[in-house]
Design a protein around this ligand. Structure first.
Ligand SMILES: [Fe+2]
Ligand SMILES: [Fe+2]
Length: 171
């Protein structure tokens, strides 16, 4: 009998099914909404998270990124905000939440988890990243700045796709 590690099409599809089952994005969203303190209509709430996810998928299609990490970042990065204004620690709190959800509603490998935690922890510090996945996460977040009256600035984008979207007003 072949194991899950086999390279057969059946083995690969089992691995994919298992992986998909272990990353329960719907449950991740429920957890994020449960802990979010600012309400469904917050500028930093679920509507924003959905737009970040959409931007992230658009950027990833052009620049490359780990889609699982990008989708988890979208759902979690602002979920631990306690105020609508300055809240410098919310990225750190989001990373702590993400670490606690690992093995519960999603299962990342060590490298993916490291990327997710880094993307959450430092997303609100104005940095850029040369890593395609972290850059994708941060660009996706910044492309939704118009919701607070700020136009995305190509100089603060990490990826070529993010710069292009910002430059051309595509957000
Ligand atoms: Fe944030
Ligand atoms: Fe955000």
């Amino acid at each position: 009998m072949k194991t899950c590690g086999s390279a057969t099409p059946l083995g690969n599809s089992i691995i994919e099914m298992t992986s998909a089952a272990m990353n329960d994005f719907e449950a991740v969203w429920e957890r994020a909404e449960d802990v979010f303190a600012l309400g469904a209509h917050s500028l930093h709430g679920p509507d924003h998270w959905r737009r970040v996810e959409a931007h992230g998928l658009e950027i990833a299609a052009r620049s490359g990124a780990d889609l699982t990490v990008v989708r988890l970042f979208a759902a979690l990065h602002d979920s631990m905000r306690w105020t609508e204004g300055g809240d410098l620690e919310h990225g750190h709190r989001a990373a702590e939440l993400a670490a606690g959800l690992q093995g519960d509603v999603f299962q990342l490998d060590d490298k993916q988890l490291e990327l997710l935690l880094e993307a959450c922890r430092h997303h609100n510090l104005g940095r850029v990243s040369s890593h395609p996945t972290i850059g994708c996460c941060w660009d996706a977040d910044r492309l939704d700045l118009p919701r607070v009256g700020i136009q995305p600035d190509p100089r603060f984008m990490s990826t070529a796709a993010g710069r292009s979207f910002a430059q051309n007003g595509e957000y």
